[in-house]
Design a protein around this ligand. Structure first.
Ligand code: BG6
Ligand code: MG
Length: 216
């Protein structure tokens, strides 16, 4: 039996739009105009690494204290934006796959860069599906480093080669492959070339592939 490890943002729920609004507001404070296409590069990237990228793009240098202030400000705004979020925002196909794992006793972990992951899973009423939640508060290295997925595999007592990762970010697919796992890319095949399979949405994964992925 294999184990499944899910990324959160962009796989289970579309939080990218809220991260974008919050980062755009921060970028405006130093007169940088963050575009939607530039925001693509922030997918899967940790909060502090995202700010460093924004500052680099805006050619702005700040002392750590000021950076910490902006990080707090960004997260406060983001938390306001997701305040009303509920299970209606779960992306298509997610519940089907999670129910499949539950009915077939497939071990499931979350592998997310977000420090808000537990809060978000709770808002979506999905926490009970996960035997292990590894998030941005548990790891030192951001994706593409495989740490987050290796820790998930360890918590599930499953060898890395028996883990299947669902990811929407190329950094996440790279992390899964470096860990020696099977990577399912959700999104644009051009951006997720390194994945073993790519689908536009989790909805497209049928039962026979699920059985194969879970090695049932
Ligand atoms: C990732 C998102 O899952 O988590 C990134 O794709 C985000 O956009 C990162 O920056 C960190 O999230 P948070 O909630 O800790 O700011
Ligand atoms: Mg993601």
């Amino acid at each position: 039996m294999n184990a499944f490890i899910f990324d959160l943002d962009g796989v289970i729920v579309d939080t990218a739009k809220y991260h974008f609004i919050a980062w755009k507001t921060i970028a405006e404070t130093f007169n940088y105009n963050l575009t939607e296409s530039q925001n693509e590069n922030l997918k899967g990237v940790s909060r502090s690494d995202s700010l460093d990228l924004l500052l680099q793009w805006g050619k702005k240098v700040l002392i750590q204290e000021k950076k910490n202030m902006l990080l707090n400000q960004k997260n406060k705004h983001y938390l306001q934006l997701i305040q009303e979020m509920g299970s209606e925002e779960i992306l298509p196909g997610v519940l089907n796959i999670l129910d499949f794992t539950k009915n077939n006793n497939v071990p499931v972990a979350l592998g997310s860069a977000s420090k808000n992951a537990q809060l978000i899973l709770g808002k979506l009423n999905l926490t009970p599906y996960f035997s292990s939640i590894v998030d941005g508060t548990h790891v030192r290295h951001s994706k593409p480093n495989p740490e987050v997925f290796l820790l998930g595999a360890k918590n599930l007592n499953t060898p890395a080669k028996s883990c299947v990762v669902f990811e929407d970010a190329s950094a996440g697919v790279a992390a899964a492959k470096t860990a020696g796992m099977t990577a399912i890319g959700i999104g644009n095949p051009e951006e997720l070339k390194a994945a073993d399979y790519v689908f536009e949405s989790l909805e497209q994964i049928n039962i026979s592939l699920l059985n194969k992925l879970a090695a049932i």
